[in-house]
Design a protein around this ligand. Structure first.
Ligand SMILES: [Zn+2]
Length: 420
């Protein structure tokens, strides 16, 4: 019989305690380069009380992301922690501007604070999944210059499940809400928590999810729109027109974002932007944004959380995007809800009923086969050569609470990963 301490087996807890103390070390760095060159420069370290992430699977199983950070015990070279995530920089490299112009983008990653010297390794994967080691360095915790995290903000509890060590901790951070918007901020945080918890598979996993919000106010109300010459002083300085795409709403100040987030336990950060202009964005294990007014914020938040939490791809292929050749031919995408049929058996082949033609011809709404899982051509921003699991899904069109079986199962697995 295995002994469990707060849902973590004794062996797993021992693994954590052998190598780590109950604190979070944040590595803040700059990701520099363009299509042809890439560099990672560590800028500073932040030390935060408590490690809120999972302790049962310190080596992450999914690897959906473009960056892999690994911590190895320096004495034995054993891998003791890993996490994969994606970043805006990888998308930038596939844009027209990214072909020549050098960008310097803030990024950071949280790892548990090691007890002994460790080897820290960052590996970047390009769209063809070719790996480049960006940094391989030894960190000695005894001599590490760390800045302590500051506590500054009140925290709202919006949905309570298990303890932070055994749940997916979702943190909302408002941006562009002035002090005069206090009532709206409180109302919005509650409203967005309901959008999440009323959507499958979050609603079936209520006890595996926590939602909190930072009560942080901005100097001014609204969100920056550079293409309309609107500039607003806000807590996080979020802005539209990221990568020159009008609706792409991103937060360039990633280090400040995490400093604000430090006041509450979190696994993932969602920025709620006070703006009437349609927009949002979500990057796997990085952060996501959503606008608060208008017709579709319920759909936008769960769609962007699909990118953020599940590493899910966009299944649509008709809207304007700034990335180019994002899913190169001959390469199986890492995202679980797209295939190029290079390695379909690693995807949702087990969900396709025998006799279903591959590729599967599309049918109209009302057809008895409209809901069936198949292999439908079109997805990941292109009409040809990339395939998606179903004809309708929240990752495809503006439809709230309509994740296809493949996306739903992926999200459910990740929620359970955090809650073990
Ligand atoms: Zn889907």
């Amino acid at each position: 019989m295995i002994a469990f301490v707060c849902g973590v087996s004794f062996a797993q807890a021992q693994h954590f305690d052998n190598y780590f103390v109950d604190k979070t070390l944040r590595i803040n760095y700059l990701h520099i380069g363009n299509k042809n060159v890439e560099q990672l420069q560590i800028h500073h370290f932040t030390l935060v009380d408590h490690w809120n992430g999972t302790r049962s699977q310190l080596v992450e199983p999914y690897h959906y992301g473009d960056i892999l950070v690994e911590v190895l015990d320096d004495a034995s070279q054993k891998q003791i922690f890993s996490r994969s995530y994606s970043c805006l920089f990888t998308e930038y490299r596939t844009t027209e501007r990214g072909e020549t112009e050098i960008a310097r983008m803030e990024e950071c990653v949280n790892v548990p604070m090691p007890k002994q010297p460790v080897r820290l390794r960052f590996t970047s994967f390009d769209r063809k999944r070719e790996a480049t080691v960006l940094k391989d360095t030894v960190l000695d915790p005894a001599n590490l210059p760390v800045q302590p995290a500051k506590k500054e903000y009140e925290v709202m509890n919006l949905h309570k499940g298990n303890s932070p060590d055994n749940a997916l901790d979702i943190l909302f951070i408002p941006d562009g809400y002035a002090k005069s918007d206090e009532k709206l901020l409180r109302h919005d945080m509650k409203r967005f928590a309901k959008y999440v918890m009323n959507c499958s598979p979050y609603k079936e996993n209520r006890r595996h999810v926590n939602i909190r919000a930072i009560e942080g106010y901005s100097e001014q109300s609204g969100i920056t729109q550079p293409q309309n010459d609107i500039y607003v002083k806000t807590l996080l300085n979020c802005t539209y027109n990221a990568l020159d795409l009008d609706r792409y709403l991103m937060c360039p100040g990633v280090w400040n974002l995490h400093e604000v987030a430090d006041d509450a336990p979190y696994d993932v950060i969602i920025i709620i932007c006070n703006s009437e202009k349609y927009g949002g964005g979500g990057i796997y294990n990085f952060y996501c944004t959503v606008y608060n007014h208008g017709q579709y914020p319920d759909y936008v938040i769960v769609h962007e959380m699909g990118h953020l939490i599940g590493g899910l791809a966009d299944e649509y292929y008709t809207s304007e995007v700034s990335v180019q050749d994002f899913y190169p031919a001959g390469v199986e995408p890492t995202e679980p809800n797209l295939t190029t049929l290079v390695d379909f058996s690693s995807k949702w082949a087990d969900k396709v009923e025998s006799g279903t033609p591959i590729p599967t011809p599309p049918v109209g709404k009302g057809d008895p086969n409209y809901d069936r899982v198949g292999v439908y051509e079109g997805g990941g921003y292109v009409a040809k050569g990339v395939y998606r699991p179903t004809l309708h899904c929240t990752m495809n069109s503006i439809a709230y609470n309509d994740f296809c079986p493949v996306c739903r199962e992926t999200l459910e697995k990740v929620i359970r990963y955090y809650s073990r």
